[in-house]
Design a protein around this ligand. Sequence first.
Ligand code: HEC
Length: 128
Amino acid sequence: MLTMAVAITLVSACGRPTQATDAEDLLTGARLYAANGCGTCHGREGRGDGPLASTLSPPARDFRDPNAFKNGSDPTSIATTLATGLTRDGGQMQSYFHLSDRERFLIARYVVSLRTAPVSSSPGASHD
Ligand code: HEC
């Protein structure tokens, strides 16, 4: 059974074009971002404008500004921040230690993608 699971994993990892896998990874990252309540503080589109944002000091990071990241803004650094949390300056960013390394990495990739995402055309989503 285990052998079969491994075989299926290998086939699904190698058998598809990289682009489709990338899109699926981003979608999974987006789902994890929503499921873990990141948007409560960071906003649905990562602009640091979630419902709790006005209560936070220091403020929740606006993911569009890579220079504002204290621990580095590449996916690996962000995944590490998710594992440790960010509270050293009194910040209220808890640790997501209960997620797997892969889940943290997928969320981190999604966070990076928000930096370059085109401005959403959905009604009410743009603040510019
Ligand atoms: C309770 C509010 C809250 C929630 C929920 C939250 N964050 Fe944060 N987050 C913060 C605050 C506040 C900061 C800034 C802390 C600071 O500057 O010291 C922060 C900082 C960050 C940073 C920047 C790290 C750096 O190096 O500067 C990233 C990335 C991040 N959060 C991602 C996430 C992700 C992904 C989730 C969901 C898994 C999440 N956050 C959930 C409040 C929150």
